[in-house]
Design a protein around this ligand. Structure first.
Ligand code: ADP
Length: 247
């Protein structure tokens, strides 16, 4: 049997005596869209930080394709195929969409600088940029300044920036936050497209988005997993209903 794409195993995180993550065990299967939900303060962000190497667990393990990664820094996790798209934007507003992707693609290259302008390398970058633009639905807007993008289009660019790292597992932090219905629709189809051939783990508040996108969900409350499974099953779970009604 192949290992899950991403696993948390009895994960704990204490902040000076306060337990933000309490014995969290979770499997994300390869190829699925997995949503992590829960009321404010449930520990979703802390879990995301633990899964992506931004925080070290107090105890427990994180495994990526079966290999233990919880002691590795985020940049090493990126090289192993896990990237995270941030709400805090890494987009350069005064550059075009295409230039933003070009900068992100060149940043991690290990080729010495003088090779960056070689025709072969440039052609490779061009192909890759076109592919990503297509994937995030921004081909028609590639020469637009990032500053002039709508909220939904900007989220597309942010996800596009993560795709330059060639992730097998993509972590999305509240991809629809702060959006109107049009932006939300755009992000739903975007996540569907980028999930093809990849594994996606997302923190998401909007239940209708979760219902439309997630293959499975994990519900956190007070740092613990209170339910996990397919959306239809979990949404009828009494503990989940109580957690949301209690808020
Ligand atoms: P969520 O993302 O579900 O809203 P968080 O993971 O941000 O939840 O927070 C879970 C709990 O852990 C909260 O009570 C929060 O105050 C606490 N917490 C998060 N980060 C820290 C930190 N660096 N130091 C102390 N407490 C923290």
């Amino acid at each position: 049997m192949t290992a899950p794409a991403l696993q948390a195993i009895h994960l704990h995180k204490d902040f000076r005596g306060f337990t933000a993550t309490n014995d969290v065990t979770l499997d994300v299967h390869e190829g699925e869209i997995h949503a992590v939900i829960g009321p404010n303060g449930a520990g979703k962000t802390t879990l995301f930080n633990l899964l992506s190497g931004f925080l070290k667990p107090t105890s427990g393990e994180v495994r990526l394709f079966g290999e233990r990664v919880d002691r590795l820094p985020p940049e090493v996790l990126v090289r192993r195929g896990l990237s995270r798209s941030f709400q805090i934007s890494s987009v350069f507003p005064s550059m075009t969409v295409r230039e933003n992707l070009a900068v992100a693609l060149q940043a991690p290259t290990h080729l010495p600088r003088q090779f960056w302008t070689s025709e072969r390398v440039l052609a490779e970058f061009d192909d890759r940029i076109n592919q990503i633009l297509e994937e995030v639905g921004l081909s028609d807007l590639q020469y637009r300044l990032a500053a002039d993008l709508s909220h939904g289009e900007k989220r597309g660019l942010e996800i596009g920036l993560s795709l330059t790292q060639d992730p097998r597992v993509l972590l999305l932090d509240e991809p629809t936050s702060g959006m109107g219905s049009e932006g939300i629709e755009r992000v739903i189809s975007l996540v569907r497209r980028v999930a093809v051939g990849r594994t996606v783990v997302m923190v998401e508040h909007n239940m209708s988005v979760v219902a439309q996108l997630a293959d499975r969900i994990t519900v956190l409350q007070y740092g613990q997993v209170i339910a996990s499974g397919p959306y239809e099953q979990v949404r009828h779970d009494p503990a989940v209903i109580a957690a949301y009604l209690g808020h």
